[in-house]
Design a protein around this ligand. Sequence first.
Ligand code: GLC
Length: 476
Amino acid sequence: MVLQESVDAIVKEFTVDSAKLEELTNHFIKSIEEGLEHAPGEKSKGLPMIPTFVTSIPNGRERGVFLAADLGGTNFRVCSVELKGNSTFKLEQLKNRIPDDLLEAETSEELFGYLAKKIAQFVDKYHPTGSTDTTGKLKLGFTFSYPVDQTSLSSGTLIRWTKGFKIQDTVGKDVVKLLQDQLDKIKCPVDIVALANDTVGTLLSHAYSSGASPNGNQGDTVIGAIFGTGTNGCYMEPLEAIKKLDPELVKELKSKGVTHMVINTEWGSFDNELKHLPNTVYDQNIDKVSSNPGYHMFEKRVSGMFMGEILRQVLVEIHSKGDIFTQYFEYDELPHRLRTPFELDSEVLSHIEIDDSTNLRETELSLLQSLRLPTTIEERKAIQAIVRAISRRAAYLAAVPLAAILIRTKALDGYHKEVEIGVDGSVVEYYPGFRSMIRHALALSPIGPDGERSVHIQIAKDGSGVGAALCASTVN
Ligand code: GLC
């Protein structure tokens, strides 16, 4: 086949049309219902739908100084957040790139010991005298962006690692206890009072920053979502809809006037059964080389961790048919970086996506630098078309959970209703056009163009840090 034909076929395979969006949105709504329904202990169906024990969202008037620690995809951030009570905050932070060897450490202590050390260094620098309250301890909210079975606001056991971590020893353990033990061991004056998923942090921080409506009702921030290394989202459900909650707890919460709880959907795991998601041969290959085969199937089609790998898989496949990089006859002759899974960063795709330089010179340099891969102009045009197909599919799929939750919560019902979605993550923040592609897809989805116009997708800058601090601020 000639290269152009190969490319056309691939672009077609990556197209998500409005019928597919409708099918996926309906399946998402069903997966929400199933995920909320099953009783505790029963084998889960549908989405994980994890109760977070966060029962209200901020109104912008919260105050105080809190620490936040955020274990995300590739970085560990420690922050000190001063909530000023007027929807603004001051933030100091130290960001550390997690050393590669810790991703596959033998024991949990190695990782959590490292995290505790980084928190202690931060405290020494920014809070050398500890806390001024009676305990002498600083309150910390811990953002832990992996699936956790949350058992209270400040405890939860790891269900499984995602995003490249492979420390088997941690699975099934309480991640707050693991970190607190290591902090205590080095006598660091910090109390972890809240555990939050990054999506919950994003929801809370967006609600804080945008300020709630003047009458103090829950604001219009309906969803907190992450589109970065991973992807996930959370939103509020009425207590009675969360069938998996202990009825005694529901009764107790209701007696205190609580009506809703934030649910961490873990939508990265949407349609793990692959009944409705597109499933190209490249997706199948990626699943095989991933650290969690069979899980997080939605994330593998949408998030930044996988976009580069999808492109790499596609290029290797076209090469095997003899349609690209023909100077290399055998697979083994390809530049070794092109043969290495996860070597191609989605950042490279973001440069190629918008390259309008003469002869796609930027793309040429980018591929030389990242993969040591020389290309012809025809090859670069082909690669740009494929990159755009991969990112468009990712963004169109990203619209599915948003449309589904807006429908499920009836957030768009009512006279000229406007809603906000707080988002964070490298892809939505830096990938050119990602947000506008999501919007295109929302207009094609069951919420339609009218619905799309009422939705505001806004970046919640420093969302997870500020959100963890807000979680900590709810603990007396
Ligand atoms: C992964 C994690 C999830 C997190 C998301 C975004 O999907 O499982 O907990 O929220 O990445 O960081």
